[in-house]
Design a protein around this ligand. Sequence first.
Ligand code: BES
Ligand code: ZN
Length: 593
Amino acid sequence: MTPKDIHSFARPEEAVVEHLSLNLNVDFNAKIISGTATLSIKNKTGANQIHLDSKGLNISSVVLDSGEPTSYSMADAVEYLGSDLTVAIKPETKKIVITYSTSPDAGALQWLDPAQTNGGTQPFLFTQSQAILARTWIPLQDSPGIKFTYDATIKVPSNLMALMSAENDTTLHPDGIYRFNMPQAIPSYLMALAVGDLQFRSLGPNCGVFAEPAMIEKSAWEFADLHDMITSAESLYGPYAWGRYDVLVLPPSFPFGGMENPRITFATPTIIAGDRSLVALIAHELAHSWSGNLVTNATWNDFWLNEGFTVYFETRIMEKIYGKDYADMLTLLSLGELRETIKAMGDTSKDTHLYLDLAGRDPDDGVSDIAYEKGRFFLTSIEYAIGRERWDAFLNSYFKKHAWGAIDTKTFLVYLESELIKGDEKLRKQINAEGWIYAPGLPANCPEIKSTELEKAGNAATAYKSGIPAKTIDTKGWTTHHWMYFLRNLNDSLDLKKMKELDAAFGFTNSGNSEILCEWYQHAIASGYEIAFPNMEKFLMTVGRRKFLKPIYSELAKTQKGLEMGRQIYQKARPGYHAVSIQTIDGILGLKK
Ligand code: BES
Ligand code: ZN
């Protein structure tokens, strides 16, 4: 029994989509995708209609099987969810062929002008379907508990390459026609397409990287450990199930750090730091190949089952490859962020429960450190309670047992009880699953994290605050993570003189590292350090990654003067941002209708 998904009109218990066949044309001039979606269905109950999700789609015809016309209706749009597209079917109906086109403002699609790419000469298109945006470019059952296989024929301009979350070719097709096959069943939020001027570089027997020509060298260098990551992940939690694992480096407007589209992770170029220091993000998206893509959250209220497990798994991969000191740095930085998030949400907020109640809301509202980091620390606390060996055995069996399926929080709890707790009253109390999942804040058994490396950076921050000159700080061997911790621990105590001194000593304003810049710009705004503003504006004009935009614009919004400056920059930058980022930043700058 799958639980009801409140973010979909689908009724999979009546009739369910098992295969999707797309035949689409990508029109960059009109910014429209159009063609047919053929849904192979299983009519379980002899239902006389099937309910699909759609948002902003223009449907021109619907026929059944070998061309028999049928009636359909599009209900009034519901906020966030779009419209229930109901198609009349017969008990024996096998196929529904929908001819449709997308609207130019489809939330899943970002159409980039050449100027928004690295090469600057070709346009680019990418999709982002998670959480409930697949319905803005394909009519389907848009619910994570429903899995289907797919194939696609996509026609694009002849000088561009098309990639999907499927088996991909690595070369340009001069006729502009690309055929894809995805033989493994996936949920709709993993439907993905990218079209652009792309090249491929192999990084191992089953992995590689796609990027624009100007980025391909740098990307290949940055991800040199990709193959190691895959073998490390497999050694932890079982064979990689998807054939190839490639990474696509997108133009900088991509609103997320990464997206775990099966076989081909979509990634922001802001992790190409030139020193491989931000590749944990790749470990994260790779880990989703197990947690999320194989074992999928049944509804968006169960989002922590995707992300919490993935952050835990990511950290284990990082520990395996780069060692415990390195993993501890990542973990301690995250714990700090989690504490900040809980403080900001209020420690009685229901949104700090792992299990979310997103009724009437956009599932995007549920994307916070809670699912990711509270989820991870819950799992880490179980590891600490029972030992790594027993915990890994549990996780291996969890992935095996639930592979290719979907799981909700209640089912997870039942599984935890039957396979791990097994009636052990003391262990049940110690694990305190209910406290983590259905209660706010951080339970008392939240692990403490010590990082000897970050301690150095923390001590340096303390010493600096107490008055020692910046240039006397010993920063030898510091990584991105030391710098981030150092900057975070300077708090808001920086005046202009100190900002100047730090900049002279460490060159923050001219750093090429997106994470360090994001920390630095927040200090620059708080202290009125105007020397950094031109670079900050450039950053905001090119980078569309919400994780960076959010804190920078929020810091600007704290004062009237900052807010004015933020609005001015945003007015110019907004047309280049993705709808997902726009939704968030409109809110921060008080521009929501
Ligand atoms: N699946 C998420 C991205 C996502 C979540 C998109 C919810 C839409 C709705 C992806 O795996 C992710 O978590 N990305 C993170 C990076 C990660 C290292 C924390 C991001 O984009 O920042
Ligand atoms: Zn994730």
